[in-house]
Design a protein around this ligand. Sequence first.
Ligand code: PGA
Length: 241
Amino acid sequence: MQLEWTDSGEAFADRAASYVAGLLAETPAAVIALPTGSTPVGLYGRLRALASAGKVALSSARYVNLDEYVGVGPADPHSFAAFLRRHFLDAPDIPADHIRLLRGDAPDIAAEAAAHDAAVAAWGGLDLAILGLGGNGHIAFNEPGTRWDAGTHVVPLTEATRAANAAYFADGFVVPSHGLTMGIGMIRAARRVLLMVSGRAKAEALGALLAGEPDRDWPVTALCGHPALTVVADAALRPGR
Ligand code: PGA
């Protein structure tokens, strides 16, 4: 594991953006899984700015999302698909057929999950999974206790996750009871993982990862021993501070 502490929100976003830009320079057609949430917003802004300045090419890569709310379609502004379009994927140089976003309102949700896995497999698997971290240790929507060998599947969301996500919506949107998420098996199979950890609420979950012991109560510990894991974290979360 490569662990990097950053001293400010700016440095955090810059470091993550330079990591992704480095991958795209090396592997322009990389297949990348994208997270939603407050953590990656700065990263997405930086990548778009780098692309506008001609310093990174986003156009050859393929993009998929990690997770989505069940029952919420991509046209709904509360959806993760809409979030990713707003913050990143509407960049002018990303072709529509290089994007595969989960449809939370698909009539057959199991078929939708299988189609997501098939699309990633057809593109040759994930070159990079970019992840945020839940305060309860979740990665994507893989909540504590989730099995570690699954592909994309439906999961019940914990009350902690629903409350954390409700805070992002001022309009009374009720966070659904279930999510659709890429499974830990698929995330672990990514050739590289970039875990972004920001905010004091993540200290215990980060501590579980740093302890280095796989523990199903802390899904993030499924990444222990991954051959190409980079963690970019707030220096405020450094143990002992
Ligand atoms: P956040 O969410 O980036 O909004 O803190 C991360 C997560 O729950 O995965």
